[in-house]
Design a protein around this ligand. Structure first.
Ligand code: PMP
Length: 358
């Protein structure tokens, strides 16, 4: 068996896409040069840029009144950009904090306006607390949440129903299920999990939210400028946009986001059921109903066995399984590119390890 990369990001990309990128690398469509050597003002790149948007538009049925833009600065750049582009309306915003990424986003936004926390404060992230605990401010410029917390493994099973523009960080579950884009003001994703290499972030924004950035907003994070200039205000991350476009095509060829969702359910259930059926040998703190289909963090009851688990997994070429340093333990990320066979191989390893060490 080849190496299986369960990393949380940068993460595995589809094999077919990697082979296509390799074939194209030295001579992109008979241009005689590589994408990484090509002017971002060339006709070839313009097509790459437009095709990626077109493909995504069709994958997610993005309505006409939404712009798709490609930026740099990673997810962390967008934490600031969201606030600088949207906070202007009322000067305050509501944040759901369900894990460390939304916590960081809220902290960053508080540099640019008043941040209200929707949920009771905690540093134990195991669920999306019940609606009865939510404190939403009707004056908020926007409501922000992280659809999938990559470290804590908490995924929203629903779209929060709110009366002001809704902003979602979908970095680690983008294109893993259909989404009704019309329910959102902004959806964004750093590419390096489910859709491409590090270096590019994509933003889908409803047009009426453009045009009101804070005066201090830098040009490269200004959604209005970037949308107007078709993500070509300055040199874009050309290679990242090209690979992302290839991943979008691949998702379409696989059967679209519906098929990604079907597989994500099956794959994550294989691992969660192994945890559930282990009689406590393995456990996860995340409550049923909020367990991420993309990132499965879990522990071994006898935590001294965890380094051994990682070592034996590595011997079988199953890598990048170490849990994030904030939570420890083990984390298996099951992004779109991870196959059923790879997931089954990991499940079998979990069962074999348990038998050998119980
Ligand atoms: N949001 C989520 C859900 C993440 O997993 C991450 C980490 N990759 C970020 C934001 C921050 O992204 P970046 O490291 O690109 O700044």
């Amino acid at each position: 068996m080849d190496t299986i990369n369960f990393g949380a990001g940068p993460a595995k990309l589809p094999r077919e896409v990697m082979c296509k990128v390799q074939r194209d690398f030295l001579n992109y469509e008979n241009s005689g040069i590589s994408v990484v050597e090509m002017s971002h003002r060339s006709a070839e790149y313009e097509k790459i840029n437009n095709d990626a948007q077109k493909e995504l538009r069709s994958l997610l049925n993005v309505p006409e009144n939404y712009k798709i833009i490609f930026l740099q600065g990673g997810g962390t750049g967008i934490f600031a950009a969201v606030a600088m582009n949207l906070m202007g309306r009322t000067g305050s915003a509501d944040y759901f904090v369900t894990g460390s990424w939304s916590s960081k986003a809220a902290k960053e936004a508080s540099k640019y306006g008043k941040v209200n926390l929707v949920l009771p404060k905690t540093d134990v992230y195991t669920e999306v607390p019940d609606k009865s605990t939510w404190k939403l401010d009707p004056q908020a410029s926007y409501v922000y949440y992280c659809a999938n917390e990559t470290i804590h493994g908490v995924e929203f099973p629903f779209i929060p129903d709110v009366d002001v523009p809704l902003v979602a960080d979908m970095s680690s579950n983008f294109l893993s299920r259909p989404v009704d884009v019309s329910k959102f003001g902004v959806i964004y994703a750093a590419a390096q999990k489910n859709i491409g290499p590090a270096g590019v972030t994509l933003v889908i924004i409803r047009e009426d939210l453009l045009g009101n950035p804070l005066p201090i907003c830098p040009l490269i994070l200004d959604f209005t400028v970037m949308a107007k200039d078709n993500s070509l205000h300055n040199t874009p991350p050309t290679f990242g946009v090209y690979v992302m476009g290839q991943v979008f095509k691949w998702v379409t060829e696989q059967g679209g986001v519906e098929e990604m969702e079907r597989l994500a359910k099956l794959k994550s259930e294989l691992i969660y059921s192994t945890i559930e059926n282990s009689g406590g040998f393995y456990f996860t703190s995340v409550k049923a109903g909020y367990r991420s289909r993309m990132n499965v963090p879990f522990r071994i009851k006898n935590s001294e066995l965890e380094p051994e688990f990682l070592k034996e997994a590595k011997n079988l070429k199953m890598i990048q399984l170490k849990g994030h340093r904030l939570v420890g333990g083990i984390r298996a990320s099951l992004y779109n590119a991870i196959t059923m066979e790879e997931t089954q191989a990991f499940k079998k390893f979990m069962e074999d390890f348990m038998k050998a060490h119980k």
